[in-house]
Design a protein around this ligand. Sequence first.
Ligand code: HDE
Length: 701
Amino acid sequence: MTKKSPPNKTAKTECLEQFKVDAGEQLTTNQGVVVDNTDNSLKVGNRGPSLREDFHFQEKLSHFDRERIPERVVHARGAGAHGYFQVYEPLTEYSKAEFLQNPSIQTPVFARFSTVAGSRGSGDSVRDVRGFAVKFYTQEGNYDLVGNNIPVFFIQDAIKFPDIVHSIKPEPDNEIPQASTAHPSFWDFISLVPESTHMIMWLLSDRTLPRSFSRMQGFGVHTYRLVNAEGKSRFVKFHWKPLLGVHSLVFDEAQKLAGKDPDFQRRDLWESIEKGNYPEFELGIQIIEEEDEHKFDFDILDSTKLIPEELVPVRAIGKMVLNRNPDNFFAETEQVAFQPSNVVPGIDFSDDPLLQGRLFSYHDTQLHRLGSPNFAHLPINRPICPFHNNQQDGRMQMEVKTSRVNYSPNALGGGQPAPSEIEGYVHYPERVEGHKIRERSQSFGEHFSQATLFWNSLSAVEKKHLVEAAYFELGKVEDQAVREKMVDRLNHVDQGLAKQVAMGIGVAAPAQPITQNHGQSSPALSQNAFAVKTAKGRKVAILAAEGVEAEQVTAIKQALAEAGAEGLIVSTFLGTIKSATGETLKVDQTFLTSASVMFDGVYVAGGTQSIATLKENGDAIHFINEAFRHCKAIAATGEGVELLKKSSITGVTLSERSLQDDQGVISAKTPSSLSAVADSFVEAIAQHRFWNRTIQQKVPA
Ligand code: HDE
């Protein structure tokens, strides 16, 4: 057996390398004894009873019996990636954190994105908040920014966390429903907790249906502190902005995806990185001077509030690039232990009671999940800088300490490990005084103004989606009183909203507003503010059968590839198809293995025989109807236009002659230039969706 080299603590990647198993090594037991047969247990004769002395069998089975650790109570389902963070300019004025000083340094990171409510095996695309957790392996220790893709939270005090989570999770008697807030106990709780109002507006919005992890914002949520070398502290809010823009699925699509491809977002993250389309996010900060702490009409320690960007602009300070997939899901993504309490000098906490509770809960959770106080020794959790202390024992200690002392102070060990002579982490010496009380500050008492601000800031289509989401969510609540209470709650936000929702859920519309809508908005709260128009990373289905015009397929594929997107041929059977001119084309997916919901757009190439076949295929027609209904870009050339005519799509003009682009449906029966069609299609893909397809609801899908 080769002995592994001692841990190299200078670089995270090297640290991980030493734990990798070489696939070419011969099979042994965990004790290193060579195994030459792992398919048959040890028996008396080949039909006889098994023998207890079969140590290989025992080790293999007992290891298997323990292969699962408790899944996270929340955020159980997630996917992670390695990468780096690089600051744009020294942030010396605000923070002494070393990783924020030098723009030439790439700090290794591991990011984990997750859903909240579902179990480890649930679908990726469900309506849910997404976790956005990043571990920075800095030279001064690990810093964890454990955030969400929504800038506010349900509750104000961490002591309510078990209650909100119990209400979101499947109901305790029958464990229904999985990964969904659309059930009575959740809305019962929400209807009784007014502070959740702002968050549920975000929950019902398109934010909870991200197209991919690389197309959603991230937020630190709480107010933190940045502290500079002179000890000056300022309050800060953290923001992550995806460079691909913020884009969402539509609800029907998200629901279907949960069955067609439950790994949709996990797969997208993995494939994007494998293809070199690295997800990139800018880190931004909002800085609030200490003396401005009380200048807002809300409390900056209240996590149900955000600081509108119009009041305090977000300054981009650096970029995170995710460029390496994990080598092993369990060792890395499952065992990564995030803790908001992991900070480095220059970053500190505020007194937000939600954050304060998290500073306890995550460490406690890791002790339970990972089962040992030595969880920081795991490769994914190890700092890249050395760490020494007297906490030596406990399960799974990975190092063999050789000193005879494990206490401080000591003389026998030369006083080592000794408290540092240069300054270590110094908690910001905030002055505090008060009585011990179980109370909430009055400054936390207003719950509706920012919910109204959010509603006012949405585009018409975002509002429509939100109302439909409320129909669905509250439509699953059979208790009339809960539905009435929720309409009453929404009437605190906006009477128009309350009336619309009331209509869909069998509740009388409120006659009067409870609070007059203040009429203010914050454009940055709409997804439109971050809707970057790029086709990069998008996937397109090319519908084709035998006899397709290869030239058209090639032109579209090439244009997509040049834009960083991908065109995949979808046909009836896997294998290859022959084009009208005799070329062999590889089929990537079939109508059975794929669906329009797995793509950002659909293209139908011409070819008399191909279109005759597809016209007889209900799945091909459904593909187009569904893509149309979900407002996706659709293109057809040559006889392909005939397939669009055979479908139920309506309200758009299909061209008989030259190039026609009507609401993202591009058709060219006799294309004068294939490249012009391809360019229009790529541009349409980059739009993400065509929300102005007002009558798409009439199309069956
Ligand atoms: Fe968490 N949260 N949380 N949370 N949270 C966990 O930690 C908790 C909160 C967030 O990818 C748990 O390892 C409390 C806000 C993310 O591994 C647990 C409170 C925000 C992740 C826990 C909150 C988050 C978690 C479950 C109320 C956004 C996944 C397993 C004060 C700022 C991290 C675990 C990953 C996970 C506790 C509220 C984000 C139980 C007590 C607010 C992204 O410790």
